[in-house]
Design a protein. Sequence first.
Length: 107
Amino acid sequence: MQKESGTESDLLSESTQGFALVACSVLLLPLSLGLMQALDETERDYEKECDLTYRALVGNVSTPDSERCSELDAARASGAARFMTSVGAFILTGLIGTAMLLPTNEN
C-alpha cells in the first residue's frame, strides 16, 4: 500500500510545522533586536576609543590603546556575525513557515 501524497493528516502536519516555524520566527525577533542593540553599543565604544577621526572631533588627541582597540574590533566582528545569523534565521523561519501555511495546488 502506498501512502497518498496530500492526505488530510499530511496537510495538518505541514500546517502544524508551518505554525511552529512562524512561532520560532516571532521568538527570534526580540533576540535579533537585542543583538542589534549590543552591536550598536560595541560600535559606539569602538568609535569613542579607537576611531581617530571621532576622537579628533571631540578633542581627544591621545593615542588609542591598541590592545583595547583589538578587543573591541574582535567584539564588533563577533557581534556582527551573531546579529546576521539571528536575522537570517528570523527571515528563513518566517518565510518557510509562511510557505508551509499557504494552500497547495492539488491539480
